[in-house]
Each structure stands twice: as C-alpha cells, then as structure tokens.
Write a protein that binds this ligand. Sequence first.
Ligand code: ASP
Length: 287
Amino acid sequence: MFPENIFQALAEGDILAIMFVVLIVGFALAYLIDSHNESIRDGALTIRKICVTGQEILFLIIRGVLEYSPIGVFALIAVAIGDIGVSALVPLGQLILVIYGAVVVMLVVYAVFILAMRRSPLEFFKAAKEPMLTGFVTRSSSGTLPVSSRAAEKLGIPQSTYSLTLPLGATINMDGTAIYVGASVVFVADAMGTTLSVAEIISVILVGVLASIGTAGVPGAGIIMLTMAVNTAGLSMAPVALVAGIDAILDMARTMNNITGDLAGTVGVDASEKRRERKKARARQEA
Ligand code: ASP
C-alpha cells in the first residue's frame, strides 16, 4: 500500500498505493490551506485549483469517451450472446439480484442504526422515501441533495447539521458503490473462470471502499472505479463491458443506497449533537 516510489506506482497503475499517497497529500494540503502564513496558503490554494481543474479535464475526457460506450457495449453483448447464447445473460441477472439483495440488507442495517439512535425507523423511511425514489430514478447523489435536505427537515434536523453532512455524504459516502464494485469484480473473475484469493478479495474491498470515497455523485461514475478495482485484481477488462450494459440498472440501486446512507448518517450526527447539547445544559444547571 505504501509505495517506495510514487512515480513508479503511477506508471504501473498501482491504485492502492496511489490512493494512499493522494489521501496523505490531500490531508497535508487541507492543513496548509488553513495556514496563517499567507504565501503558504496562497501556494496551497493554487495547487488545489490545479487539482480541481485537472479533475474537470479528466471528467470531460471520460464523458467524451462514455458517449461512445453504448455502441461498444452493444457490440460486446452481441458477440457474447452470439458465442454463448442467451445463457450469457444469466450471470448478469445474478449480478443484478446480488446487488439489489445487498441493498435490501443495507436498508435493514440502516433501520437498526436509526433504532440505535433512538429514532423510529418507520418515521425515518417515511421521510427518506422521497429522496430514495429521486435517487433511484436520477442516479445522482448530488442531484438529489435538495430533496434529501427536505427529508432532513421533515426529520427535525437543524439546517446547521444537514447543510454539512448531506453534501459531505453525497461526495464521500458511497456505500452502495462500494458494494457494486465488490460484487462486480467477483462477477468479472467468474466470467473469466478465475477464483480470487483471500488476499485479492481484501485488496478489492480496500480499493472498492477507497475508490467509492472518490466517486462523484453523478450517474455512472461508479463504473470508472470498477475498472480500477478490476485492474488491481489483475483481471481482464472485457467482462466490464458486459457490466456496463446493465450499469444503469445497478446504478439505480446503488445511488438509492448511497442517499439513504447519507440521511442515516445525518440522523446519527444530529443525535450526537443533541446528546452533547443536553450534556452541556445539564452541566450549566449543576453549576
Ligand atoms: N451514481 C452514484 C451516485 O450518484 C455514483 C455511482 O455511479 O456509483 O451516488
């Protein structure tokens, strides 16, 4: 995970090593942006600007490439069905079932979490229903933010809390995407007739979680992270094209999962804030 030479890691596409370095550099940069020294702060802000612009350039190029993906995906699926027959679609159906099943499990996990926060899961899901549906059809965590904010208000969460947690969640909390990356890498390995070792599975989980943090809250962003994880596991990219063919269906479920997680996290932060306020009030009363 810790590269001896970052340039070598970049050249070899060693994703895990690159991600760790990026995280550390990101933290250091955030620290410098807060510096009291004006010239250091200005320099750090310039580097930040370069990074943001670099990201925009990359997104633009990827969007351009993705414009042509329907043609490629159509051709690849046609070849797979032509070679193997309609049975080639069965594993894809299984992948859809696995991911939707995992999302249902996650909803149960959220319900338990909400209960642990001493709130009613029923009340939570009643408020979350609208953003969940919006996320399901728009496939965008960021695009659903206004609807999620309304749901947080319905849950009685103050704006000072949700205006921080929801945008943060829409940017870095992508648990549905992490599930999708993990399940899809196993699908790709299966399609190639290989079995992943325990070490490979662990590194796929690590890459999936870290990559999901860096996934943009826009439709289809997760597939870029999937290619990274497939690369880390040393698997072929060809089956990824098959996943791309059904990516919209998978994206609906994972985005809904991501959004529910953001809202559940917001309830968690609100509960801890209220606990802190109560403690403070009690201390004041005693004094
Ligand atoms: N569409 C997802 C979201 O907005 C990201 C992804 O593609 O996994 O949360």
